[in-house]
Every structure is written in C-alpha cells, then in structure tokens.
Ligand binder design. Structure first.
Ligand code: IDP
Ligand code: MG
Length: 141
C-alpha cells in the first residue's frame, strides 16, 4: 500500500552540494517525489518541527543548525515509504550507519546528519502537514 513520509535534506547536505545524489537514491529505490521545495527555516520553525525533542540537551544546537541555511523538504510516496526511507538514511549516528546509506555517505556527525525521515505514520502525517498544504502534494504515487 502506498504511503507518504516527510524527508528533509538538511542544511549540511545542501551546503555539500549533494541534493541531486540524495534525490537520485530515493528515485532509484521506488520513492517518488510527491512534493518538494527549498526553504530556510527560522529558529522558531525549527523549534516547532523538533518540538518532541525540546527537553533534550542538543535541542538548542539542533535548531540552530536546522535554521543555519537552506533545506529541501519533500513528501516521498511509495510502498512502505516510511521504513524504506529510514533504511536508505541509515542510523542517526553516521558512525553507526550501514555502508552505502545516505548518512554514512554524507553526514558530518550525529547532529549534522544530512537527512530527516518520519519514523511512523502518525509523525509522517503531522510532519507533512507542518510544511505542505494538501494542494502542494501534486505528484503522489
Ligand atoms: P532521527 O533523525 O534518526 O529520527 P532522532 O533521535 O529523532 O533521530 O533525533 C532527531 C535529530 O536530532 C537527529 O537526526 C540529529 O540531527 C539530532 N540528534 C539526535 N541525537 C543527537 C545527539 O546525541 N547529539 C546531537 N544531535 C542529535
Ligand atoms: Mg526522529
């Protein structure tokens, strides 16, 4: 069954010039770009997006990083899109990420780790709605 997930190419990966390589990986693995835009998050928008992590020691640094430059936000769609995207991303800490995963290839460290992906259907719904009104989701599989 086709599913939606939210993907973000984080500011570190945009700065490294690897937007195309990351998107190529999604397309080669059956994840269709259903919606996409480049944005520059304000600190407040980053804090809202990562609100579940507000008590964590890295919250201030993480939201500074996420608002430090442009990011690409996308809705990916396809069979099992949430799990498939998480698999392509690799572990949060690139030191623990499997060979060939996006974080192994492109992350700098556990914070500046190149990509975001929703972790469950409910979070996918709320994360997609945070960035995309329904009328901007124009190419769903
Ligand atoms: P995930 O992105 O793999 O789902 P989460 O635990 O949800 O990982 O954490 C959200 C984001 O917060 C991570 O992608 C990373 O950018 C940052 N982060 C997670 N753990 C740490 C940490 O221990 N130090 C610094 N940043 C972290
Ligand atoms: Mg997460």
């Amino acid at each position: 069954m086709s599913e939606r997930t939210l993907s973000i190419i984080k500011p570190d990966a945009v700065a490294k010039g690897v937007i195309g390589q990351i998107i190529a990986d999604f397309e080669a693995n059956g994840l269709q770009i259903a919606a996409m835009k480049m944005i520059r998050m304000s600190k407040r928008v980053a804090q809202g997006f990562y609100a579940v992590h507000r008590e964590r020691p890295f919250f201030d640094s993480l939201t500074d990083f996420m608002s430090s430059g442009p990011a690409v936000v996308m809705v990916l769609s396809g069979d099992n899109a949430i799990a498939k995207n998480r698999e392509l991303m690799g572990a949060t800490n690139p030191a623990e990420a499997a060979e060939g995963t996006l974080r192994k290839r492109f992350a700098t460290d556990i914070e500046k780790n190149a990509v975001h992906g929703s972790d469950a259907p409910e979070t996918a719904r709320t994360e997609i709605a945070y960035f995309f009104p329904e009328l901007e989701i124009v190419n769903e599989k």
